[in-house]
Design a protein around this ligand. Structure first.
Ligand SMILES: Cc1ncc(COP(=O)(O)O)c(C=O)c1O
Length: 422
C-alpha cells in the first residue's frame, strides 16, 4: 500500500467541495454528522449499478456471482480495517444506530433480568442510550450512568475518570447487581474527547463485564483495533468514513455471536423453514435478513481503501493541527464558550461552542450565508447537554479536506453574528 501525504490535493477528490453556497465556496465543517464522498466512492456505486447489479447468493449466474464476490470482499476489507480476526465477525447493518439496536435486541434484552445493570456514559449519543433504555425497561433492569468530569475538575472537563469506573464496577458487585454490558463511545460527538478504550475494556473485563464500543466518530479519525482493544462489540457508520449512507458495521466477537438470537426474520438468515419453526444460517448471515446493501458495501469498501491511502497518523496529525487552531481562536474571544477539553491531548476534531447570548441556530444560519456548514442543536446528546447546563450548541467538526483558512473564515463570519444579534 502506498501512503501519500495529506495535502490540499485531497480536496480535488471531493467534487462537492467545488460548490458555491450563497455565492461563497463551501466550507464544510459538519463531518461529525456525515462526511463528503470522494470520486472513488461515487464511482464504486455507479460501477456496481452499471456493471454488476444483481442480488447476492441467490443464483449461480455471472452477475449474481460477481455481486456476491463484491459483497463478501467488502466484508473482508472491513474486517481488515477494524483489525478483526476474520470477516465472519462483521455484520452489515444500516448504520451505527442499527448495529447498537441489533446488540440490544438480539443479545442484551433476552438475557437481562430484574436488577441487572447496563452501564453507559453521560457523553453517549442517543443511539447508544435509547436502545439500552428500551432493553432495560422491558426486563426491569437498570441503566446506570458513568458521569463525565466537571469543567472545573483537575483532569479537565468532559472526560471519563477511570477511578470512577472502578467505583461503579465495585458498587455493582457490592450490591449484587450484575453489570451486563458497558456501552461507551470511543470519541464524543460533542466534546471531541477521545476515551481510553483499551484501558476501559481491560477494567470492565477484569470484572467480567462485556464492552460495546460506539466507533461512529472514531472510525474516520483514529486506528480501530478490535483485537488490540479486545472489545466484545463495535459499531460504526459508512457515511461518517467517507462512504455511502445506508450502510453500517457491527463487529462482534465469535463467542458473542454465538450468544445472539436472530434480530430480524426473513430471507437469507435461515437454514430451513418449516410451517411453524425455522433454523438459522450461521453468523454473519443469521443477522442479515433480506436483500443486503450490496452497492453500499462496494462504496464502503472503496471508502476504507481510500482512507488507507493515507497513514492514520497523518490523518490524526492533520486533525491535531486544525483542532489546535480552533481551540486557540476560541480562547481569543471572551464571548465564546467551549465545551469539552480545552487542549488537544486525547481530543479529536469535534469542537462545540456557543456564542454567548446568541441562539446556536441563529449562528448556524448566519454562517450558512457565508457558505459555512456547521451543526446547531443538541447533536442527539440531550443527557450531555443537560449536564453541561445548555439546551444546544454550535459544532464544527473536521474532515481530511478541511484547512486552517476555512476556520478563519468561520471566525470572521462570527463577527456578522455579533453585528446582527449582540
Ligand atoms: C457517537 C455517535 N454514535 C452514533 C451515531 C449514530 O450514527 P448513525 O446515525 O449513522 O446511525 C452518531 C451520529 O452522529 C454518533 O456521532
Amino acid at each position: 500500500m502506498q501512503n501519500y501525504p495529506l495535502t490540499s490535493k485531497v480536496r480535488d477528490d471531493f467534487p462537492i467541495l467545488k460548490r458555491k453556497i450563497h455565492g461563497h465556496s463551501l466550507v464544510y465543517l459538519d463531518n461529525a454528522s456525515t462526511t463528503q464522498k470522494p470520486n472513488c466512492v461515487i464511482d464504486a456505486l455507479v460501477n456496481f449499478y452499471e456493471n454488476h447489479n444483481s442480488n447476492v447468493s441467490r443464483s449461480v449466474y455471472t452477475l449474481a456471482e460477481e455481486a456476491t464476490e463484491i459483497y463478501e470482499k467488502g466484508r473482508e476489507s472491513i474486517a481488515n480495517f477494524v483489525g478483526a480476526e476474520e470477516s465472519g465477525n462483521i455484520i452489515f447493518t444500516r448504520g451505527t444506530t442499527e448495529s447498537i439496536n441489533l446488540v440490544a435486541s438480539a443479545w442484551a434484552q433476552p438475557n437481562l433480568k430484574n436488577g441487572d445493570r447496563i452501564l453507559v456514559t453521560e457523553m453517549e449519543h442517543h443511539s447508544n442510550l435509547v436502545p439500552w433504555q428500551l432493553a432495560t425497561k422491558a426486563s426491569g433492569a437498570e441503566l446506570v450512568y458513568w458521569p463525565i468530569t466537571p469543567e472545573s475538575g483537575s483532569s479537565g472537563g468532559g472526560r471519563l475518570d477511570l477511578q470512577m469506573l472502578d467505583e461503579l464496577l465495585t458498587d455493582s458487585v457490592k450490591r449484587q447487581r450484575s453489570i451486563r454490558l458497558l456501552a461507551v463511545t470511543a470519541v464524543s460527538n460533542v466534546l471531541g474527547t477521545v476515551n481510553p478504550i483499551a484501558k476501559i475494556v481491560e477494567m470492565a473485563h477484569d470484572r467480567g463485564v462485556p464492552v460495546l464500543v460506539d466507533a461512529a466518530q472514531a472510525a474516520a479519525r483514529m486506528p480501530i483495533d478490535v483485537s488490540g482493544w479486545d472489545c466484545d462489540f463495535l459499531a460504526f457508520s459508512g457515511h461518517k468514513v467517507y462512504g455511502p449512507t445506508g450502510i453500517g458495521v457491527l463487529y462482534a466477537k465469535k463467542e458473542r455471536l454465538e450468544e445472539m438470537l436472530p434480530y430480524q426474520g426473513g430471507g437469507g438468515m435461515i437454514r430451513q423453514v418449516g410451517r411453524q419453526t425455522s433454523t438459522w444460517a450461521e453468523a454473519p448471515q443469521k443477522f442479515e435478513a433480506g436483500t443486503p446493501p450490496v452497492a453500499e458495501v462496494s462504496g464502503l469498501a472503496a471508502a476504507v481503501e481510500y482512507i488507507r491511502n493515507f497513514a492514520m497518523a497523518e490523518i490524526q496529525q492533520h486533525e491535531v493541527e486544525l483542532t489546535t487552531h480552533a481551540l486557540k481562536r476560541i480562547s481569543e474571544f471572551k464571548d465564546l464558550e467551549l465545551y469539552g477539553p480545552p487542549e488537544t491531548i486525547d481530543r479529536s476534531g469535534v469542537v462545540s461552542f456557543n456564542l454567548l447570548n446568541v441562539h446556536p441556530h441563529d449562528v448556524a444560519q448566519v454562517l450558512d450565508e457565508s457558505g459555512i456548514a456547521v451543526r446547531a442543536g443538541h447533536h442527539c446528546t440531550q443527557v450531555l447537554h443537560e449536564k453541561l447546563g445548555i439546551a444546544a450548541s454550535v459544532r464544527m467538526s473536521f474532515g481530511i479536506y478541511n484547512e486552517v483558512s476555512e476556520m478563519d473564515r468561520l471566525f470572521s463570519a462570527l463577527d456578522q453574528c455579533r453585528m446582527y444579534f449582540v
